[in-house]
Design a protein around this ligand. Structure first.
Ligand code: RIB
Ligand code: CA
Length: 333
C-alpha cells in the first residue's frame, strides 16, 4: 500500500469518460498536459454528437496530442431509456466546431468502455479515478453490471447538473438531461462524487487573449484547441451571445487536479426522472427533512428522509482567473 507521501506525489491515475465535443476536447488536452494526472483511457459515449463521431473524435484528439499510447474503448451509443438528444447546435455537426482534423489512423481497443473501466478498477482498487464529462450512461452501466465498483473508485468527478437552472431546458443541464436514469444510478451508488455543474462552469468563459495564446501555441494540441475555441467563439457571436466559450468540462478536470479552484459544499443531490418538463434536474438538499413532491390522492405517502446524508461535494463557487490561467498555461504552454 502506498504511504500518504508517495501517494500524494505520484500522478493520479484517471479514466476520462467523454462525448467530444468542443469543450471536451480542451478538457482532454488539459488532462494530457497536467503532470498530476496519468490518463489511463478515454471512454467515449453518445452525447454532444452520436457515438459514431465521439469515438473517432477521441482518437483524433489523442493523435493530435501525440498520445496514441492511451487506449480508447467505445461506450454507449444511446442513453439507458431515452432517445438520444445531441447538441450539434453548440458543437457543430462533427462535434469539434466544424473544424476538419484528419481522419484518425488509430483504432479503439476491442474492449467496451465498461469492460475496460471494470478491468482497470479491479486491477488497482482505490487507485483509478474517473472524470466523467458527458452523459453518465457508461458509468451507470458499469455500476449496474458490477455493484462492487463504486466502492473501488476513490473519486468520480463529473461535469454535470446545476442547482441554478439548466442550459438545454430551464431545469436540466445537458449531460444529466440526456440520461437522467444513468445519473440517478450514479448519484445513488455511494461512489465518492464531486459534482461540477453549471453553477460554476458557466462562469469559466475563455477570453479573447486566451484563445489567441492557444492559436499561437508551439504545441499541436494548443493550436488545435485554439481552432476549436475560435470556432466556438464565432458561433457565440453569430448567435449574438456575449462572453466566451464556457469551459464546462475543463473545470471538472481542473477540480479533479486541484479542488482549490472551486468551493465545494456537501449536499444530498437526487435526479428528477419523472418530470415531463424537468427530467434531468439535479435537486440539491442542504438539510433534512428531504421532501419529494406531494403524493396524488390515490398514491402512497410521500417519501421524506428525516436524516441528512450528503452524497456529493457540489462546486458552488469558482476562482475563474486561477482556473483559466491553469487551463491556458498548460494547453498553450
Ligand atoms: O452542459 C455542458 C456539458 O454538456 C458539457 O459536458 C458539454 O460538453 C456538453 O456535453
Ligand atoms: Ca462533454
Amino acid at each position: 500500500m502506498l504511504n500518504a507521501m508517495s501517494a500524494a506525489t505520484l500522478p493520479r491515475r484517471v479514466i476520462i469518460d467523454t462525448d467530444p465535443g468542443t469543450d471536451d476536447a480542451l478538457a482532454i488536452f488539459l488532462a494530457l498536459n497536467s503532470p498530476e494526472l496519468k490518463v489511463e483511457a478515454l471512454t467515449p459515449v453518445a452525447g454532444n454528437v452520436p457515438l459514431s463521431l465521439t469515438l473517432p473524435n477521441a482518437l483524433r484528439l489523442l493523435e493530435i496530442a501525440g498520445r496514441t499510447d492511451i487506449p480508447v474503448a467505445a461506450g454507449a451509443d444511446r442513453p439507458l431509456a431515452r432517445r438520444l438528444i445531441t447538441a450539434t447546435y453548440a458543437h457543430g455537426q462533427n462535434g469539434l466546431g466544424g473544424i476538419q482534423f484528419p481522419e484518425p489512423t488509430t483504432k479503439p481497443v476491442a474492449e467496451t468502455a465498461t469492460q475496460l473501466i471494470r478491468r482497470l478498477v479491479h486491477a488497482s482498487p482505490q487507485e483509478i479515478g474517473i472524470i466523467a464529462i458527458g452523459p453518465l450512461t457508461n458509468i451507470a452501466t458499469a455500476f449496474r453490471e458490477d455493484p462492487e465498483l463504486p466502492r473501488l473508485i476513490p473519486n468520480l468527478t463529473i461535469m454535470g447538473g446545476s442547482l441554478s437552472g439548466g442550459n438545454i431546458s430551464p431545469a436540466a443541464e445537458f449531460n444529466i438531461y440526456v440520461d437522467p436514469e444513468a445519473a440517478q444510478i450514479v448519484f445513488r451508488s455511494g461512489v465518492p462524487l464531486t459534482m461540477v455543474g453549471l453553477d460554476v462552469t458557466r462562469r469559466a468563459m475563455l477570453r479573447e487573449d486566451d484563445i489567441q495564446r492557444m492559436e499561437t501555441s508551439k504545441k499541436p494540441e494548443g493550436r488545435a484547441a485554439g481552432k476549436i475555441a475560435r470556432a466556438s467563439m464565432n458561433q457565440l457571436r453569430k448567435n449574438s451571445a456575449t462572453g466566451g466559450p464556457a469551459m464546462h468540462d475543463s473545470l471538472a478536470v481542473g477540480t479533479f487536479i486541484n479542488p482549490g479552484v472551486v468551493t465545494l459544499e456537501s449536499l444530498f443531490v437526487d435526479i428528477e426522472t419523472a418530470g415531463t418538463l424537468t427530467a434531468g434536474e439535479t435537486v440539491g438538499y442542504r438539510k433534512a427533512p428531504m421532501r419529494s413532491s406531494p403524493p396524488l390522492t390515490n398514491a402512497p405517502e410521500a417519501t421524506l428522509s428525516t436524516e441528512f446524508k450528503p452524497n456529493a461535494k457540489v462546486a458552488l463557487d469558482v476562482n475563474v482567473d486561477r482556473f483559466l490561467t491553469m487551463l491556458v498555461d498548460r494547453i498553450a504552454g
